[in-house]
Design a protein around this ligand. Structure first.
Ligand code: ATP
Ligand code: MG
Length: 196
């Protein structure tokens, strides 16, 4: 089975995130996607919403279609993708495991913790975001492939131009976010007074 891990803060989860998972399955690149919600670091430099709220919103938006993991939350502290990939590779030994990254994350991969081991040992799926990959930055991806013999699958999936930052700002300004966020997640945000 081809399993993809989509790691993120999901503060909050939006239609860009679910579009990635839906399309990877629809295009048969993956059989399943597991959303891996990051824990809230104890000494955070920016305000991040409580991890239980972020986890709940991901569960609501996935509506049973995708799996949701609290592995990093239970582990606590700062989680490195290297450790998460090692854990899931051992848990699902018979699966092919892929780490899914949007373009911004993919391009920063050479700076991640244990980046050389990460790129040598694990497989990645890159999804473009706001045309960043067609913006003359492909050489960064090519270099990773050449230097580490990295396995990076680039998809042609088109995702909406949305970020959680944009969603938080809109909510703060009292704007409608229904084009970008699942309606039940919006209800959860309102019920719990998040982002205002
Ligand atoms: P923030 O603005 O708080 O950073 P975000 O929208 O980037 O939020 P994250 O939780 O940081 O969301 O992202 C999780 C993963 O999803 C990352 O790999 C990111 O690149 C990817 N991603 C998020 N939004 C999109 C999008 N619209 N298109 C493609 N990839 C996306
Ligand atoms: Mg982000």
């Amino acid at each position: 089975m081809k399993t993809g891990l989509l790691g993120g803060t999901f503060d909050p989860i939006h239609n860009g995130h679910t579009a990635i998972a839906e399309n990877l399955i629809k295009q048969k690149i993956l059989d399943r996607v597991i959303f891996v919600v990051t824990s809230t670091p104890p000494h955070k430099d920016k305000e991040i919403t409580n991890e239980i709220h972020r986890l709940n919103m991901v569960k609501i938006a996935s509506g049973g279609k995708f799996e949701v993991s609290d592995y990093e939350i239970k582990k606590g502290g700062k989680s490195y993708s290297f450790d998460t990939l090692t854990y899931f590779s051992q848990l699902y030994k018979d699966d092919e495991i892929y780490f899914i990254t949007g373009a911004d994350m993919l391009l920063s991969l050479p700076r991640w913790y244990k980046s050389d081991e990460l790129l040598r040992n694990f497989s990645f799926i890159g999804v473009d975001r706001e045309n960043q990959l067609s913006d003359g930055k492909m050489h960064i991806v090519d270099e990773m492939i050449q230097k580490y013999n990295a396995s990076i699958i680039l998809t042609d999936i088109k995702t909406p131009f949305i970020s959680s930052t944009m969603v938080r700002e809109k909510i703060r300004n009292g704007e409608d976010v229904s084009p970008f966020v699942d309606e039940n997640v919006i209800k959860y945000i309102k019920d719990n007074n998040l982002y205002d």
